[in-house]
Write a protein of this length. Structure first.
Length: 99
């Protein structure tokens, strides 16, 4: 009896039209995209504010770092010029005392 059911199932599958393709139901892709977009978190005002504050803080840190490095380089150049002048003056003073 089970063999008869299986044979009948196989015969009906054999008679099926191979050219018909399974198509998505009308509007299926639109529903999938709508459900996907609904699952995304919507940014609220607090998250947007925190993001803006973080970006602004990062910009201030970068600008401050650049300014500090530039100021350090300028003070080093000034310090080197003073060091040379002090070395010349020190040598002149030592020469005067050694005579």
């Amino acid at each position: 009896m089970k063999n008869e059911k299986i044979d009948r199932l196989l015969r009906s599958a054999e008679q099926g039209d191979e050219q018909t393709e399974a198509a998505m139901p009308f509007g299926f892709d639109t529903r999938v995209i709508a459900l996907w977009r609904a699952a995304l978190p919507t940014p609220n005002g607090v998250a947007s504010l925190v993001r803006r504050v973080a970006v602004l803080s990062l910009a201030v840190i970068v600008i401050s770092t650049i300014a500090a490095v530039r100021e350090a380089n300028q003070s080093r150049e000034i310090g080197e010029s003073f060091a040379n002048e002090f070395a010349i003056a020190d040598t002149a003073i030592q020469d005067e005392f050694s005579q």
